[in-house]
Write a protein that binds this ligand. Structure first.
Ligand code: CP3
Length: 353
């Protein structure tokens, strides 16, 4: 076992080390299930105001850190945040979600998009990431994140959250050349953004291709995977040592293909058994996730069992304990606290349960 106490646990797991217990964090660990977040939201009602004003975004990012001391602190932001910087405006509206006044539907609109200059359009990200690093030191790992090309294109083309993705699929299956150009421009912008986040202090970056599981495996290989690879390839050219994680919702049908993206860890949802996910991904891939966020509405006994079960199945090498998707609205905060406390005692608990 490598012993390197000055390197935080999550970073060591992301690099494939064997550890006594897996590090633990949660997707959407900052947000509406926390009362302190809802109170702050009442004061600053606009999502973009909260996420693009560094003082507020830092405060929100640190709310779960102060409450639960997770091994990973993710910056408070959104996957859509870089889009205005390439010429696509959006807003996030309470109870409606993301809204785009002018969805991307024509070749002329794709032609008008411009490259991302993050120093100019995303200066607040630098303040947020630098402050988070200064605040948590070696006690935790600071995570940045981005959306993947397919998922960002889905929002920009549909114009809002979608149930069946008929507009983007209509484009994929009638005007593929235009969609490919859009995806490629997004991939370049996202790679630039990942590099910027790392330069500003992100120690691990997670790429959310949340809706790539809506594609058939055949179409995933055409419209999602090549653009994940484009992002990863560009980032690894300049920042080969920063671990990258890929998350997809409903990923059981494309799990092996996720491994081909070039990332260092695959974040699995709960539609696949963790032991099977390990087998399907092979021994060289690190893993994260898998616990149904709905378990956090259950009893402490069930929460403890699922944590230990996941650790037994994933093992203690290259494993980050996490949920299979974000914390759900309405999740009892006490259960989130119990989850973190239990996860941190997992090495002792494994012996007795
Ligand atoms: O994990 C964290 O703590 C960081 C915060 C975070 C947010 N969005 C804040 C947010 C992260 C990692 C995201 C990523 C994100 N955003 C994804 C990928 C993750 C996933 O869920 O698959 C996606 C698809 C989005 C797009 C998005 N942003 C949607 C669909 C919505 C509305 C969802 C809803 O439940 O209303 C948002 C808004 C959003 N982003 C909220 C938060 C906390 C809720 C709005 C609010 O609090 O005012």
């Amino acid at each position: 076992m490598t012993s390197s106490p000055e390197i935080p646990l999550l970073l060591r797991a992301a690099r494939g080390e064997v550890l006594d217990r897996p590090p633990v964090w949660m997707m959407r660990q900052a947000g509406r299930y926390m009362k302190v977040y809802r109170d702050l939201r009442d004061k600053y009602p606009g999502f973009r105001e909260r996420s693009e004003n560094p003082e507020i975004a830092i405060e929100i990012s640190l709310q779960p850190w102060r409450a639960f001391q997770p091994d990973g602190v993710i910056m408070f932001s959104d996957i859509l945040t870089p889009l205005p910087g390439i010429g696509i405006d959006f807003d996030i509206v309470e109870s409606k979600g993301p809204l785009f006044e002018t969805p991307i539907r024509t070749q002329a609109q794709v032609d008008q998009l411009h490259p991302l200059h993050p120093e100019e359009s995303l200066p607040f990200i630098k303040t947020i990431l630098q402050s988070l690093r200064a605040e948590v030191g070696n006690q935790s790992t600071v995570l940045g994140f981005v959306g993947a090309p397919w998922t960002l294109a889905a929002y920009a083309i549909e114009g809002k959250s979608s149930k069946n993705y008929s507009v983007i699929k209509g484009m994929a299956f009638s005007e593929p050349a235009m969609l490919h150009q859009f995806l490629s421009k997004l991939a370049d912008a996202i790679a630039t953004y990942v590099r910027y986040q790392i330069d500003c202090g992100a120690q691990v970056v997670q790429m959310f291709d949340s809706w790539a599981g809506e594609l058939s495996p055949q179409d995933y290989e055409v419209f999602a995977l090549p653009y994940q690879q484009q992002v990863v390839r560009q980032v690894k050219e300049t920042h080969p040592d920063t671990p990258l994680i890929l998350y997809i919702s409903g990923s059981a049908g494309v799990l092996e293909r996720m491994g081909k993206s070039g990332v260092d860890l695959v974040s699995v949802d709960w539609t696949v058994d963790m032991a099977e996910a390990r087998q399907r991904l092979g021994k060289d891939m690190n893993v994260q996730g898998n616990i149904d966020p709905g378990v956090l509405f259950g009893s402490h006994d069930v929460i403890r069992q699922r944590i230990l079960d996941t650790i037994r199945k994933a093992g203690n090498r290259g494993h980050i304990l996490n949920l299979g998707h974000g914390v759900l609205v309405g999740t009892p905060e006490d259960n989130v606290r119990f989850f973190f406390e239990t996860a941190k005692q997992a090495d002792q608990l494994m012996a007795v349960h």
